[in-house]
Design a protein around this ligand. Structure first.
Ligand code: SF4
Length: 345
């Protein structure tokens, strides 16, 4: 009997190691890489400054190519929004709804297992590595709520967990599964070396924007001023791009940090006020203004635009303000750093 396992793979060290263990055992492996819209590396690939050194390609794809198995990249970013806005099990340290997130993904895996003819699924989870979703009780809740009791193999910690159906049925050799636990990545690095894996991404914390304090601050601000139901895929993306400033309940300002971000913001001018400093190299500035753009608000954003131009401090610069077809010119001096710091999200 050919045994097929479907792996939930980020392509990071842990899921790479889990896949390698099963491939070496002769199990037919296929991978699934979910795109939630909150993945840090995916975003970095699109928005890094061109001057920075090149990033690696999608790590899950690299892994699949190296171990020669099929990978399915599944975009769940739209259906994932309610997981973020109304998590049954609440949030972790930031706005990460880890337990609900795993239940959501495992339910998807359940359907995909049927679709691709896999008998069980596996992950690179390590017992105790993540405080919210990887303690023993959470692992059980996630399996139960997703209808996958006994069908989730975690090769890196399996020896510390109850035997799963694939182990009981003898599809996988339990003696070759690992007994890793805790937050240190050193044991995984040692195991990777032992299995002859050399090319894997360096373990680094923070693969998900929802665990990032700055992103969580921006998202919380969005929830406070717009309400959770207003969250869209576009908002998820906008919150990752540029500098963000909450000036008042009527004014929020977005400012590009590099050419790619400036170009991106240009695509989202509709419904927003645009500020540019035409006589100097400058960042693209968008203002979200609730109600009328009164002169005080316009002067504030113009001063912010002046600050993020190449004009020397203290210089009065010409600022162009555009809203739809209406355009005006005004003059402004750069906003001071202390005021900006108080508004920064
Ligand atoms: S860190 Fe992000 S992707 Fe990972 S389980 Fe938590 S919410 Fe989901």
């Amino acid at each position: 009997m050919v045994v097929k396992a479907l792996g939930m793979l980020s392509g990071g060290l842990d899921s790479s190691l889990a896949a390698k263990i099963l491939v070496d055992m002769g199990i037919e492996v296929e991978g699934v890489n979910f795109s939630t819209g909150f993945c840090v590396t995916e975003h970095s690939r699109n928005f890094k400054d061109e001057k920075e050194k090149p990033l690696r390609p999608n790590e899950a794809l690299r892994l699949a190519a190296e171990l020669r198995f099929k990978l399915h990249i599944v975009d769940v970013s739209k259906d994932y929004l309610p997981v973020v806005t109304s998590p049954k099990y609440g949030y972790g340290a930031n706005l990460n709804p880890c337990i609900d997130c795993r239940v959501f993904m495992f339910k998807r895996m359940r359907g995909l297992m049927d679709q691709y003819g896999a008998q069980f699924m596996f992950t690179g989870e390590v017992l105790g590595q993540r405080p919210m979703s990887q303690h023993r009780e959470a692992l059980k809740i996630i399996e139960r709520d997703s209808g996958l009791d006994g069908l989730v193999l975690r090769p890196l910690s399996a020896a510390l967990l109850d035997p799963t159906i694939p182990e009981i049925k003898g599809w996988v050799d339990r003696s070759k599964l690992l007994a890793l636990s805790g937050r240190s990545r050193k044991p995984q690095m040692a195991a990777a070396k032992e299995l002859g894996m050399e090319d894997y991404p360096q373990p680094a914390g923070g693969c998900c924007y929802l665990t990032d304090p700055q992103y969580a601050k921006r998202l919380r601000d969005f929830f406070d001023y717009n309400g959770k139901p207003a969250l869209t895929q576009e908002v998820v993306l906008m919150l990752k791009v540029g500098r963000h400033f909450r000036v008042s309940n009527r004014l929020k300002v977005l400012i590009g940090r590099n050419e790619r971000e400036n170009n991106f913001l240009k695509l989202y001018e509709k419904g927003r006020h645009v500020f540019e400093v035409p006589d100097y190299s400058s960042a693209h500035v968008l203002a979200e203004i609730r109600g009328d753009a009164d002169p005080e608000i316009v002067r504030t954003v113009a001063a912010m635009a002046a600050r993020y131009s190449d004009a020397s401090r203290g210089t009065r610069v010409r600022v162009q303000h555009r809203y739809g077809d209406v355009e005006e010119q005004l003059e402004a001096e750069a906003m001071d750093e202390e005021t900006l710091a108080g508004w920064r999200l």
